[in-house]
Ligand binder design. Structure first.
Ligand code: C2E
Ligand code: CA
Ligand code: CA
Length: 498
């Protein structure tokens, strides 16, 4: 009986030890089993249970650190690896780099081809990304269509090479759901070389990525000091532009277009201003580029068109000097590509009561060359309505003559650079040639940017019909322009004071 007790006692105590080990989370503990009695079988079953527990524990841990769709490390694991890299670089003094990658065109795939196609694309991208890195580097999916790469021991040079290589590899069209879709990566690069902290590095890579993205698809950009401030500024400008139309923050200033022979104000050019809540009244140079890039220009120009038609019609009705006043409105390149343009113009005219013949739309040659087909058909429709088209900044674009013959243009505006060259020897002759060209083609001419009497005299002698410039008046608020109408009707033969 004693021997029996001893032979049971030892396996029982091993089982007890194992149970308490598993209970306190030591899943690697195993019971040493000999023989094949019942206790041995129970002990083996215990070991088997521990194997299973350990396996599912590992799977859970893995899930917490990997992206289930692509299998790449997730944000958490990426941060852990970054912490390690920082510790190592503190020890060894060697730099390392981070890339932030954001897919261009992913949203379009998701929206037009469905989420399954989107997922398929992400999996492909993850595979290709992983395959194009060294084994020591970590590629991770941070979420959505955002990826990151940790380049161990890569300095700025190494990192830019990697960025260049990756952007080349990924800038191809991808076969997704039996279609070819154009995809590219916008890449931001940040290198740890001055003991930057984790957060700081990530912010830098992110800012560089945004800067890359705003310069077009498939670009990469290295972080430099000041870049985050620029990116923030652009982002907030873009956001503010988006709400400015709804908040009624835009203004139109008007610059008189004067008949150079009679000094009568024949028309006005509408020039937009942004009454920014914090920065005050801003000229177009401060915001039009961004508005054009982000597309907000469409709503701004639409508003300017409506407001100008309304204001000019009101002047025609109330001011004897303005009965036949015409309104010049600038069109952006984007508007010319916008198939609803003619519709917008019809609505603006009918809402205001302005006659089509009193509306002049100003377009630049640079805008015309973008997509001649759409532009030509919209412009043809406008001309059929009786609206007039002017070619703005004439002489500064290219293939000017072709445009004059292809599009239904009635007015050319001679660019300020040629007017300011008047009195400057042979350069004076350009405005001379342009005025004559317009005459030959039967077009009306506006000389822009007349600032001095000698320029006015020269243009008058050339028989240039119309002019604008600080010599007559700067662009002014509507109330001030009304005062100009009044001063005009009193002294009709003198140039107007600014
Ligand atoms: P632009 O169409 O060539 O307009 C003429 C610009 O020259 C205006 O600048 C005007 O203030 C300026 N100017 C007029 N006379 C003189 C002069 O004697 N001397 C000098 N130095 N400048 C003179 P602004 O108002 O800053 O507008 C700049 C540009 O912004 C415009 O050039 C036009 O391309 C664009 N823009 C203005 N308003 C709009 C708009 O509502 N929509 C669109 N799409 N573009 C606009
Ligand atoms: Ca203009
Ligand atoms: Ca111009």
């Amino acid at each position: 009986a004693r021997r029996v007790r001893r032979s049971i006692a030892s396996p029982l105590s091993s089982l007890e030890t194992a149970a308490s080990a598993f209970g306190s989370d030591e899943l690697s503990h195993r019971i040493t089993v000999t023989g094949d009695d019942e206790l041995a079988r129970v002990s083996r079953a215990f070991n088997g249970m521990a194997d299973k527990l350990q396996e599912s524990r590992r799977a859970l841990q893995d899930q917490a650190l990997h992206d289930p769709l692509t299998g790449l490390p997730n944000r958490r694991l990426f941060m852990e690896r970054m912490e390690h890299a920082i510790a190592r670089s503190n020890r060894t003094g060697t730099p390392f780099s981070v890339l932030y990658l954001d897919l261009d065109g992913f949203k379009a795939v998701n929206d037009t081809m469905g989420h399954e196609a989107g997922d398929e694309l992400l999996v492909d991208v993850a595979e290709r990304l992983q395959a194009s890195l060294r084994t020591v580097d970590t590629a991770a999916r941070l979420g959505g269509d955002e990826f990151a790469v940790l380049l161990e021991e890569a300095d700025m040079d190494g990192a830019t090479h990697a960025a260049e290589r990756l952007s080349r590899i990924f800038a191809t069209s991808w076969a997704i759901a039996a279609a070819e879709v154009p995809i590219a990566f916008s890449i931001g690069v940040a290198t740890r070389q001055n003991g930057e902290m984790l957060d700081q590095l990530l912010r830098q890579a992110d800012a560089a990525m945004y800067a890359a993205k705003s310069s077009g698809p498939g670009q990469w950009q290295v972080f430099r000091p000041g870049l985050d401030a620029d990116v923030l500024e652009t982002a907030s400008l873009r956001h503010e532009l988006g709400v400015a139309v709804d908040r009624d923050e835009f203004l139109v200033h008007y610059q008189p277009v004067v008949n150079l022979q009679t000094n009568a104000i024949e028309g006005v050019e509408a020039l937009v201003r942004w009454d920014h809540p914090k920065r005050g009244v801003l000229p177009p140079s401060e915001f039009l580029d961004e508005a054009e890039k982000s597309g907000h220009i469409l709503r701004i120009d639409r508003w300017v068109l409506d407001e100008t038609c309304r204001q000019v019609r009101a002047w025609q009705v109330t001011h004897p000097a303005a009965v036949d006043l015409f309104a010049c409105v600038n069109l952006s390149a984007r508007q010319l590509q916008h198939p609803g343009l003619a519709e917008d113009v019809v609505e603006a005219l009918s809402a205001s009561g302005l006659r089509p013949k009193d509306l002049v739309l100003e377009i630049t040659e640079t805008a015309l060359v973008r997509d001649t087909e759409t532009a030509a058909s919209e412009l043809r429709r406008l001309a059929d309505l009786g609206v007039k088209l002017a070619l703005d900044d004439f002489g500064t674009g290219y293939s000017s003559l072709t445009h004059l013959l292809t599009f239904p243009i009635e007015i050319i505006k001679i660019d300020r650079s040629f007017v300011s060259a008047i009195g400057d020897g042979p350069r004076s002759k350009v405005s001379h040639a342009l005025v004559n060209l317009a005459k030959t083609l039967g077009l009306r001419t506006v000389a822009e940017g007349i600032e001095r009497e000698d320029q006015l005299d020269y243009l008058r002698d050339l028989d240039c019909e119309l002019g604008q410039g600080y010599l007559f008046a700067k662009p002014v608020a509507p109330l001030e322009l009304e005062r100009l109408f009044d001063s005009f009707s009193q002294v009709p033969t003198q140039p107007l004071a600014a």
